[in-house]
Ligand binder design. Structure first.
Ligand code: UDP
Length: 358
């Protein structure tokens, strides 16, 4: 059996590391071909994850990054199709909600190769998000849909997707946290490098286009950070850095801006943060798994269970609500953190068992 895995962006490297490891342990007879679209190409957005998470070198990198949505998605479909015709895999695996996900799914289904979508069923119900369009279209194209949560499963059922195509596997990012969390605590030196003390800083990330590409959103976020007066560490995504330069904004003095970091350093930073403030999907969940309160700088989230549990809060993009959140103590009840929302940490294994047995 041959599986062709398509990755392109940071969170996909993390998710695929889990599934590739499960393939190697549970199904060593399966040949995995790893195709990188090139969507994320900076070393600290791509290479570092391959090194740290022991992901083998991609078999091919299409080198398609940096263009507009239409151009890059179109070029990826063309590039992926060529590779699929050459490799003729039994399954294609795509992850999440990026242009690489959609391009991979479309290229495969059009030539009759079955597609497994990992992290299926997420919905923000905000059709202006490019990720939402990618998710909906990929879910409807895919043959097997692996959902991380019960809400994701319900979302698919509500859209009329046949139950037989859906498997609630749990979240592969939870598997990654279980596998790498303690290793990060032992190995990462980022706190020393940045002279940070546990519980004395807040970790921020901002990269959603709905924030970065709207000048008033970026202005509100910086004003909120400034008004809070608290110590913030902010690994800045390349797109965000570009926008900050375009808008000629200055980052407030209480914010330590750093380049994007690898998974181990990020894990260390989350585990020791007093709180997290972010518009990232993955980081909202990691904050929860490490029991760190999370303020989400958006007006909706795909991870509604975390808000319902009281662990995360939607704080919107308003300077005073951001500053208020950052100055609050957030006494989350200890019971709120235990819920089995994302499965039991064996999502990767369950996915591989399913794909290799259908
Ligand atoms: N992450 C990282 N280094 C950083 C910022 C994020 O390793 O500098 C990790 C983060 O811990 C999480 C993943 O990247 O595992 C989330 O990816 P991102 O926020 O880019 O995408 P999203 O989850 O919003 O799709």
């Amino acid at each position: 059996m041959k599986i062709l895995t398509i990755v392109g962006a940071r969170p996909q490297f993390i998710k695929s590391a889990v599934v590739s490891r499960a393939i190697q342990t549970l199904a060593p007879h399966v040949q995995e071909y790893l195709l990188h679209t090139g969507q994320h190409y900076d070393s600290n957005m791509s290479k570092v994850f391959f090194e740290e998470m022991a992901i083998r070198e991609p078999d091919l990198n299409l080198g398609i990054g940096g263009a507009s949505h239409g151009e890059s998605t179109g070029r990826m479909i063309e590039g992926v199709e060529k590779v699929l015709l050459e490799q003729n895999p039994d399954w294609v695996i795509v992850y999440g909600d990026t242009n690489s996900t959609l391009a991979g799914a479309l290229a495969a289904v059009k030539i009759g190769i079955p597609v497994a979508h990992i992290e299926a069923g997420l919905r923000s119900f905000n059709r202006r998000m490019p990720e939402e369009i990618n998710r909906v279209l990929t879910d409807h194209a895919a043959d097997l849909l692996f959902t991380p949560t019960a809400t994701a499963t319900t979302n698919l059922e509500n859209e009329g997707i046949l139950e037989a195509r859906i498997r609630q596997s749990g979240d592969v990012m939870y598997d990654a946290v279980i596998f790498f969390g303690d290793k990060a605590l032992k190995n990462s030196l980022i706190l020393e490098r940045l002279a940070l003390k546990p519980q004395e800083y807040i970790l921020a990330t901002i990269h959603r286009a709905e924030n970065t590409d709207q000048k008033d959103h970026m202005k509100a976020i910086l004003s909120g950070f400034r008004a809070s007066g608290v110590s913030i560490v902010w690994p800045v995504h390349p797109r965000t850095r570009q926008r900050l330069n375009d808008y000629e904004f200055t980052v407030p003095g209480n914010v330590l801006v750093i380049d994007p970091v690898g998974y181990m350093d990020m894990s260390m930073l989350v585990q020791n943060a007093k709180m997290v403030v972010t518009d990232s999907g993955g980081l909202q969940k990691e904050a929860y798994w490490y029991r760190v309160p999370c303020g989400t700088v958006r007006s909706e989230t795909e991870w509604v269970e975390l808000v319902d549990a009281g662990c995360s809060q939607l704080i919107g993009v308003d300077p005073s609500s951001i500053a208020n959140y950052l100055n609050d103590t957030h006494d989350v009840s200890p019971d709120a953190w235990v819920g089995g929302i994302f499965g039991d940490g064996t999502a990767g294994e369950s996915i591989v068992r399913t794909i290799t047995s259908v």
